[in-house]
Design a protein around this ligand. Sequence first.
Ligand code: CP
Length: 316
Amino acid sequence: MSQAIWNRKDLIDIESVSVEELETLFAQAEVFKASFGTRKKFDTLRNHTVGTFFFEPSTRTRSAFEVAARNLGADLLTLSESTSSRTKGETLRDTARNIRAMGVDMVIMRHSAAGAAAYLANVLDIPVINAGDGAHAHPTQALLDAFTLREHFGRDLRGKKVTILGDILFSRVARSNIHCLTKLGVEVTLAGPITLVPQEFGNYPGVRVAHDLKSALSEADAVMLLRIQHERQTTTHFPSLGEYTALFGINEERLAWMKPDAIIMHPGPINRGVEVESEIADGPRSVILKQVTNGVAVRMAGMHLCTLYRESLGEK
Ligand code: CP
């Protein structure tokens, strides 16, 4: 591994993370992943407590962070919106400062408001890792996606082509992936309903917006499918889910447009039969469950690096 570079106590987005830091994180995640199945535990977070604040639903991200924290030796403190005093009007700042006063050493937070994680990182002297803030960023999802692509295609992703298909407009996964993949030299194509693919994203270096689904699929080395995020949509962006499936859903006919060795990715949760047919989601071209496994390794790496950085500053 080249010299390890990691200069941040928090992981809030991908924009601010350098390519060198990305490489450091991937190298660390490779070390952690190599331990899977050996029952080996690490002690970066021994005698540390990690607080997980999930103010939006989650299966994969929350569970992966909890498994990752335990693998690093941490104790866990979990908080959710409906069972916390946030329902009685307590501010996010007060909630976080109270938890910090109990001795929590790191916060992992998912929140519906874009910017919530950055705000908390300024309030707290401990690492804050963004587990998704509104439609803004989902950095660890992008990192696990890139890690999965590196595992499949090799560490140098320059020149690879990834098509992101679906609801780009409301997707923090798409935004973080656009930043992460283009930093790694991947050519990104965005496709989906015209109302859900912001045309201006095509002005970003390394990104194009495709209007022809066949070309978007046939050129790709990997196709990343996104679900329609009804929870963030305030108006209707296309007539019905049936029409989305008819126009953009991945079925056997559209799978055949793809290169024979191109892979199918999805951050989950999948809406089976909508953005992808079940047989394809579970088929040999799908790396969806590998993404989930890699989510544990990547989150271990993020927690490990943020903790070491903070402790290198001499802070307890
Ligand atoms: N990919 C993802 O963020 O899934 P969850 O919403 O289940 O955490």
